[in-house]
Ligand binder design. Structure first.
Ligand code: TRP
Length: 341
């Protein structure tokens, strides 16, 4: 294991689906084998859009159970809720004082909301600042991201460099992006898989339901005997992302002819079931035990806060803000009564 830290935030705005698993979860779990990892549930980012408290709480538990069931080991990865580390807000305020509003006005999410004529809440405007604080608080070296997060990471790097420059020193670690070159995971209709498009394949549906959904994948309508082109087919693209070995075999059969799209879907279903079937039961048991999930996340938060406090001590020192009272108390050995508390 290297001492380098990788970090990612997972926004709990829906129950994770197959696209999240193949595009984000599985690669992040792979990365956690070689990095010291901080993976957290970005619940405060989610409230820019999720306004239903019952749904939010439920998504947080869905996300936690999904990552644990698919292989996150909380003994190796610091796994926690963003909201359990309030230091992130202290840092985000400090960062915002080093950012020009123009840089935030150019933010994709904010610009898109405005372009669509939506009334963007200030949280959407401020989103990249909170995300930068998420990253910088834990001395992160690498952040695994998709293309959609590139701009956020650039802003994070900019503000870290600026803080180091303004306050004359190596206060913050400047992170690098770990850009995924994996193609988008297509949904049932061939477009990017997403909950809002209604084209998602659920991760932990029953075997029967999973098969039913897989059979809905859109295909062309060549006859069974015709040789077929795998590359353009959603069913093959999904198979390739799931398992290159299964995809190679499928491509050969498609090109040879005498193998229909229904057969291809059956093979994809079998491969999905082989990968997800055993995890489904683990998920169900975890998801049914919210107390346990909360406990795991709380233990992660303890570790995360230790790092966060150390970073904040450094930052406060650098910018000329007094250290927090609880630190002072131990340094000068004051008693509670000396502080009037
Ligand atoms: N913005 C990310 C997303 O929408 C979630 C996120 C929040 C994040 N904080 C982060 C990702 C820090 C990486 C690092 O997916």
């Amino acid at each position: 294991m290297t001492a380098k830290t990788s970090l990612t935030g997972i926004k709990p705005t829906a129950t994770p689906h197959l696209g999240n698993y193949l595009g984000a979860i599985r690669p992040a779990l792979e990365l956690s084998k070689t990095f010291r990892s901080f993976y957290f549930i970005a619940d405060y980012h989610a409230i820019t859009s999720v306004k239903d408290p019952v749904a939010l709480r439920s998504y947080v538990h869905d996300v936690a159970a999904t990552w644990l069931a698919t292989g996150l080991d909380p003994e190796r990865t610091v796994f926690f809720r963003q909201s359990d580390v309030p230091e992130v807000f202290e840092l985000s305020w400090i960062l915002s004082c080093l950012l020009a509003t123009g840089q935030l006005e150019r933010g994709h999410a904010y610009k898109d909301a405005i372009a669509k004529g939506e009334v963007a809440n200030a949280g959407i405007f401020y989103y990249p600042v909170l995300m930068a604080a998420d990253i910088l608080l834990y001395d992160t070296n690498v952040v695994p991201i998709g293309k959609d997060q590139k701009q956020h990471l650039e802003l994070c790097r900019d503000v870290a460099v600026r803080l180091n420059h303004v306050y004359g020193g190596k206060v913050l670690v400047v992170p690098e992006p770990h850009l995924s070159d994996a193609p988008l995971v297509p949904g049932l209709d061939g477009e990017k898989m997403s909950k809002s498009r209604g084209n998602a394949i659920p991760l932990f549906a029953s075997a029967k339901e999973l098969r039913k959904v897989v059979m809905k994948i859109a295909t062309t309508s060549e006859p069974l005997e015709a040789p077929k082109d795998p590359e353009a087919a959603t069913v093959w693209q999904l198979t390739r992302q799931l398992s290159p070995a299964v995809a190679d075999a499928m491509a050969e059969k498609l090109r040879a002819g005498g193998y229909g799209w229904g057969h291809a879907k059956e093979d994809l279903y079998q491969a999905l079931e082989a990968e997800l079937g055993p995890k489904r039961e683990v998920y169900a048991a975890l998801r049914a035990d919210e107390e346990k999930l909360d406990r795991v996340l709380a233990e992660g938060a303890e570790q995360a806060r230790r790092v966060a406090r150390a970073t904040m001590a450094r930052v406060r020192e650098a910018i000329g803000i007094a250290r927090p009272l609880q630190d002072l108390r131990s340094t000068v050995n004051l008693k509670r009564s000396d502080l009037g508390g």
